[in-house]
Design a binder for this molecule. Sequence first.
Ligand SMILES: [Zn+2]
Length: 63
Amino acid sequence: MLLRGGPGDGQVVAGAGETVVWRACLYERTGDVDVRRGEQVRVYEHRADCCERYGRGAEDRCE
Ligand SMILES: [Zn+2]
């Protein structure tokens, strides 16, 4: 999957499911797909509320 937005923008990571945690950040699946190295990857978007709701902020360098 490809991460979009937030500190992990552009990162390609392994995993599955509705959400994925990258370092301190929560990403949520979108309906989008992108192509990396000839393979389709699902796009996960950084949740706008991730820092506040989960108490992650300056310490973890979340946006
Ligand atoms: Zn975040």
